[in-house]
Design a protein around this ligand. Structure first.
Ligand SMILES: Nc1nc2c(c(=O)[nH]1)N[C@H]1C(S)=C(S)[C@@H](COP(=O)(O)O)O[C@H]1N2
Ligand SMILES: [Mo]
Length: 315
């Protein structure tokens, strides 16, 4: 057992309590118009692991989030094993500091940026999103991050940048799962430039007000809330702007099952199972499944991105 130093017992204040108190306070401050001037746009990873000075994003779900325990112990991160408990058990070997991100392809400001460079000009937000895995389970998660588009703009993409591709670290010394050829390594994912610039697309550095644990994709991951979970790539080390639809690891592994778009869509089944319902984790084994919503419930925000696309063919 690990030793913990707590002045108050952990049972007295859960991460959930702390999160909600803070959120209510922040909401009040937002209503009073206080925050924008008070919050410095100078995000960084706090050495004590707790973010200070986030903005409560007004679009957050009212639904209560899943527990911190649940979100950080039931994961998909195949670089650390394919079992849901493997990432929490194995990802301690991932070294997240120092960290840097290479920016390549169709943009003017190419180069390698430190994590500190990446975060510095941005203001962190608390955003409670629905999160839906292609395996038909879902959670509600309070992420900490800022819109990816705000970062991408800093690299000045050219008019040829129609897509953005992302790569995860692939280091066999740190990632035991890379020994197994279950996916094309490094894990890679991609979005259209419009999807990448959409204000819901979150570059994520934390959960429940804390720095991301390694199993959730530290130190920097994507969250694309209207797409199946596998689009939300973890531990990003490279961002590549390109004129052509990029390769993605899941599409390379099983193209009939995992398309490039992978928008959550209850009307388009996975070839091996229905996608009409989902199991909201944490509600008990026998809780009823809930109907899956088109675009995971974010249709109002994102449907216009796909007005000219056939969503059955472009799954
Ligand atoms: N690099 C990498 N990113 C990844 C994965 C992975 O295996 N490797 N799994 C994806 C899948 S299938 C899901 S559902 C989510 C899970 O995120 P979570 O563990 O934070 O809930 O991460 C996605 N990002
Ligand atoms: Mo997933």
């Amino acid at each position: 057992m690990r030793q913990r130093k707590h002045t108050i017992r952990p049972s007295e204040i859960t991460p959930e309590d702390a999160f909600f108190n803070r959120r209510d306070l922040l909401k009040g401050a937002v209503a009073l118009g206080l925050l924008p001037s008070l919050i410095a746009r100078a995000a960084s990873l706090p050495p004590n692991g707790e973010f200070a000075g986030r903005v409560a994003w007004p679009g957050s779900l009212a639904e209560p989030p899943n527990s911190y325990e649940h979100i950080t112990n039931y994961n998909n991160y195949y670089e650390f094993g394919t079992g849901k408990g493997d990432p929490a058990e194995n990802a301690h070997s991932l070294v997240t500091s120092p960290w840097s991100v290479a920016v390549t392809g169709e943009a003017d400001k190419l180069g390698t940026y430190t994590l500190e460079d990446i975060l510095a000009p941005h203001a962190l937000e608390d955003r409670v999103y629905r999160f839906r895995c292609v395996e038909a389970w879902s959670m509600v998660v309070p992420w900490v991050g800022f819109p990816l588009g705000d970062l991408l703009e800093r690299f000045e993409p050219s008019s040829r940048a129609k897509y953005v591709q992302f790569f995860t670290l692939a280091d066999r010394k740190q990632m035991p799962g890379l020994r197994y050829p279950v996916l094309e390594w490094p894990y890679r994912e991609g979005l259209t430039i419009e999807e990448a610039m959409h204000p819901l697309t979150l570059l994520t550095v934390g959960v429940y007000g804390k720095v991301l644990p390694n199993q959730n994709g530290a130190p920097l991951r994507l969250i694309v809330p209207w797409k199946y979970g596998f689009k939300s790539i973890k531990s990003i080390v490279r961002i590549h702007f390109t004129s052509r639809q990029p390769e993605t690891s899941w599409n390379m592994a099983a193209p009939e099952e995992y398309g490039f778009y992978s928008n959550v869509n209850p009307n388009v089944d996975h070839p091996r199972w229905s996608q009409a319902e989902e199991n909201r984790l944490g509600r008990g084994l026998f809780a009823a499944k809930v109907p899956t919503l088109l675009f995971n419930g974010y249709a109002e925000e994102v449907a216009s991105l796909y007005s000219s696309l056939d969503l059955v063919r472009n799954y």
